[in-house]
Ligand binder design. Structure first.
Ligand SMILES: [Zn+2]
Length: 937
């Protein structure tokens, strides 16, 4: 994620207009010499620049509303420095009339204003001069002011005396030095500080401390700087900079030069607009009230950018410019007070896409996409005049249309995957509309991002490692994945549950697996242009909402396709052992060596909750053999998950078995791509936190679980990704526990616990993608968002009890199916079924990064009982710990002891006939993320 300083998609109307400024016109201009209409636009520009109202009226037909012409003329003001008008769109209207969209940029001194106007033009009468087009109607569409061409004031210099600038969790101190300012009529908005100063950034949030420790070695960020650049709103200058700290003095040329260098280095980096053909100059916005940007050049950390932007869900950021990474990003105390601890990314979006209809021809080997996307949209904000969509910048938009409104003005944002559409008029809350986007271009397929295991960063870097001798590398079967991180179709700026129809046309040698159910066998494509390869069209439809649309294109052989019954188990949770209610305080865990339960019986004998799921398996030709056994595993796993959760969310599922250098996969709704590693692939991935030796089925078990977790139940923002990955990981562990026996389950727990403990200092699960981000270590993310989160679920299960846990899971699933959930929502479901306050649990394990240390001891007051004692060395963290009692005769007994206070003592019964105790162990099953310190007994 790049710095968010320039605003981002899904922004408010105000910011959307800012984006609009950064766009280059996507005008359908003719390439012929200026036509009559272009000449009219030039005359319009000249009349406006001259402030010549008479000339302007001369361009209009007589009955044109003079007030709008006046408004148009007035937009330039008395004496504009410069006026630039560009035609951005032209359409034919009835009666050979034309409608134009114009962008009008007016400069007055250092101030700039951009407006969009819509004009209806009437053609000349047959007897008139053919150039004599006239304005029949003119109306404003949008308008942005407050752009400034900022420059350092070369006539003002200040001596700095004990300057202290404070922002949210920030202080910048400069005992002595010099300062220069850049001003607009309201006052200074840019301040250059030179001299030896000190920056201190001290967020109160413990999670941010973990990131600062990784970045700089301490809980706060403190360092010397030699130059800083500050942007504020001019009205806040006096309160931010005390008068006595800036003392006017004569300008010294050498110091001004240094100030100018700093100004030039930083002015273009934030709040900067690129007006392309409207102006080559550097235009800046003024920060909003309460916002602050401080760029600091430090010796130790390079340049750091601190920003406080009030309209973001997380309003404080610190960004490392050198390595382009977010160091810190969080909600300030005041932000938290207004929005609460949890938020949804949807809150930043004006609209909801209800349905996508995508018709795309894809030439995968040329990476070429030619598509038409029709979106049915419902407005969420009070009113919407522009719509920001995501579409890969590499894809060219040929046109955006709305039924009844014709072609709409659309703009692309430079260096962003944004498409901004100006709606023909404001659309108000809860109203629906439809727009179509025609697009094409060369777009490289991308590997996976979310709901994916991608170990590709473990591949040897090119040129770094000589290939091993005698290793024959077999070329992989090419496969092309377009999914959630490639913006291959116009889509909402956030993942957004919607229905869809996908019509995908590919050359005959390829097959397609995509989001939705294949409605019919592929049919020969219509209208294939001469010289192009014969193609087939696949139509996928989904009648249940999906978060994003994906497809994988490759050479596939069909392996199996059959209908299977899935059912909800009524209380026994797929044969997981369930304890009677009320015994969850201290209850007997499954004793070691419990035989593996049978697979669930065929669903035919149950009435309630039975559903049909169409399971299809396709595989690259070389993988057909392996795919057969994967088909059987898929069947078992899908049945098992359905029985635990209570249903399968989507009526169809296709497993696409592909080839790759490293194992992994990706699981969008309705299908999963599962990579098989070819023999002799010279790559070491085995030490990765998510590679479980002895559990080769792990990858498929994890990916299949994403149909429920990550897809059917989504996540509200990046913090909540554990609801996708942690749940999928724990379901894969549950499958091991149930189907593969305790040996496998125990080793999975051991590895998950070890990697989670090792990586825990890197930050809490709640940091999501930021775990490992500062140093680019993705295995940190996998150890924590996958493994630690799975361990958290395991501990929760043992803390609240089997019934309460699995009923809570079902409750959570049914409440949040086809919605985006957060930690608070999961907690509420679990509290409802367990009757406990689980805030301390989630605070410690999802929001906290600590690994508790506990002292453990026991005594045997009599022959029938043993008293075990746990004591937290640090703060009390709720955690269930298994105590294993082994007897001399070889028998063992296991108990789960919930430790919810600083000290927990429990009396446990001893087996009367088992003889003497051989040993008593705590957490021998690795079920808790704790370190145990053994005391003498
Ligand atoms: Zn995953």
């Amino acid at each position: 994620m790049a710095a968010r300083l320039g605003g981002r998609g899904g922004c408010t109307v105000g910011v959307a207009l800012v984006c609009l400024l950064m766009a280059h016109g996507a005008a359908a201009q003719t390439t012929t010499p200026p036509d009559a209409i272009e000449k009219l636009v030039v005359r319009l520009e000249q009349a406006m620049a001259a402030g010549d109202r008479a000339a302007l009226i001369g361009l209009a037909v007589k009955d044109t509303d003079a007030s709008t012409l006046d408004e148009f003329a007035a937009a330039a003001g008395e004496k504009p420095t410069r006026v630039v008008i560009k035609e951005r769109d032209r359409q034919s209207l009835e009666g050979n009339k034309r409608q134009l969209l114009l962008e009008v940029f007016v400069e007055r001194g250092i101030e700039g204003q951009l407006a969009t106007w819509r004009l209806d033009l009437r053609p000349p009468a047959p007897k008139d001069n053919p150039d004599d087009w006239r304005i029949e109607r003119i109306e404003p569409v949008s308008n942005v002011s407050g752009l400034y061409r900022l420059a350092l004031n070369t006539t003002k210099q200040y001596d700095v005396r004990n300057l202290s600038l404070t922002g949210t969790d920030l202080s910048v101190d400069l005992p002595s030095g010099i300062a220069f300012v850049a001003e607009i009529p309201d006052g200074p908005t840019g301040i250059v500080l030179l001299g030896r100063g000190r920056l201190r950034f001290a967020p109160p949030d413990e999670a941010e401390h973990t990131q600062l420790r990784i970045f700089g070695g301490a809980d706060d960020l403190s360092g010397e700087f030699d130059a800083a650049f500050v942007r504020i709103r001019p009205s806040e200058f006096e309160s931010k900079f005390k008068a006595e700290s800036l003392v006017t003095r004569p300008v010294a040329a050498a110091e001004l030069r240094r100030g100018q260098e700093v100004f030039d280095e930083f002015i273009g980096r934030t709040l900067q607009l690129d007006l392309t053909d409207l102006s080559r100059d550097r235009w800046s916005l003024v920060p909003s009230a309460g916002d602050l940007i401080v760029e600091v050049r430090t010796r130790r950390f390079g340049t750091l950018t601190y920003a406080r932007s009030g309209n973001e869900a997380e309003d404080v950021t610190v960004f490392d410019r050198r390595r382009r990474r977010n160091i810190s990003i969080y909600a300030s105390a005041s932000k938290m007070a207004t929005r609460g601890r949890y938020y949804s990314e949807d809150d930043l979006v004006d609209y909801d896409v209800l349905a996508y209809d995508i018709d795309a021809a894809i030439s995968p080997d040329r990476y070429f996409i030619n598509g038409t996307a029709t979106l049915r949209v419902k407005v969420r904000s009070a009113a919407m005049t522009t719509m920001t969509l995501k579409l890969a910048e590499a894809l060219t938009v040929r046109g955006v249309y709305a039924p009844g409104a014709g072609r709409l003005l659309h703009l692309r944002v430079v260096n962003q995957n944004n498409l901004i559409v100006n709606l023909p008029n404001a659309v108000f809350r809860d109203n629906e509309f439809t727009i179509s986007v025609i697009y094409s271009g060369r777009l490289e397929p991308s590997e996976m991002d979310r709901e994916a295991i991608d170990l590709s960063e473990l591949l040897p870097q090119e040129g770094r490692q000589a290939p091993e001798r005698d290793v024959v590398t077999i070329p992989l079967e090419p496969r092309y994945i377009y999914s959630n991180n490639s913006y291959w179709y116009p889509q909402s700026t956030v993942s957004d549950y919607a229905l869809s129809t996908l019509r995908l046309t590919v050359p005959n040698e390829f097959d397609v697996v995509a989001s939705g159910t294949l409605t019919a066998p592929p049919r020969a494509a219509q209208n294939v242009p001469a010289g192009q390869r014969p193609s087939r069209t696949f139509v996928f439809q989904n009648d249940r909402p999906v978060r994003y649309l994906s497809c994988v294109i490759s050479r596939f052989n069909q392996v199996t396709s059959s209908s299977m019954n899935v059912r909800a188990s009524a209380g026994s949770f797929g044969d997981l052992r369930v304890n009677a209610p009320g015994t969850n305080e201290v209850f007997r865990a499954q004793s070691a060596g419990t035989p593996v339960a049978e697979a669930p019986a065929p669903a035919a004998d149950t009435g309630d909750g039975e559903r049909t799921l169409m399971l299809t398996v396709k595989a690259n030709p070389r993988q057909v053999g392996r795919a057969r056994s994967l088909a059987e595993q898929s069947n078992t796993i899908l049945q098992f998950y359905s029985s635990v959760v209570g249903e399968a969310p989507y009526p169809g599922f296709t497993l696409a078995v592909t080839e790759n250098e490293v194992p992994g996969g990706h699981s969008p709704a309705y299908f999963a791509v599962l990579h098989q590693v070819l023999p002799n692939t010279p790559v070491a991935w085995r030490s990765d936190p998510v590679n479980f030796d002895g559990y080769p089925q792990f990858y498929i078990a994890h990916e299949l679980a994403h149909q429920w977790w990550g897809q059917a139940v989504g996540w509200k923002n990046y913090h909540e990704q554990w609801i996708s990955e942690g749940f999928a990981q724990y379901f894969a562990a549950l499958y091991a526990e149930k189907q593969l026996g305790h040996g496998v389950f125990d080793s999975v727990l051991r590895q998950m616990r070890r990697s989670a403990i090792d990586m825990s200092p890197q930050g809490p699960v709640y940091l999501g993608y930021r775990l490992g981000h500062i140093r680019g270590e993705r295995q940190v993310f996998r150890a924590l968002v996958y493994n630690k989160a799975a361990m958290v679920l395991h501990m929760l299960r043992r803390l609240v009890g089997e019934d309460q846990f699995f009923w809570g899971l079902r409750r959570f699933y049914s409440e949040w199916r086809f919605k985006k959930a957060g930690t608070d929502d999961f907690r509420a479901a679990m509290e409802a079924t367990s009757g406990r306050n689980l805030a301390p649990f989630f605070d410690a394990w999802i929001h906290g990064a600590g690994i508790p240390r506990l002292g453990f001891s026991y005594r045997t007051p009599d022959a029938n009982s043993i008293v075990v004692r746990f004591e937290h060395r640090g703060d009390a963290v709720p955690v269930p710990i298994t105590v294993t009692v082994s007897y001399m005769n070889g028998e063992t007994d296991e108990f789960i002891v919930p430790v919810t206070e600083k000290v927990a003592e429990k009396t446990l019964p001893l087996k009367p006939k088992a003889g003497a105790i051989r040993k008593v162990e705590a957490n021998e099953d690795n079920g808790a993320l704790v370190e145990i310190e053994r005391a003498g007994s």
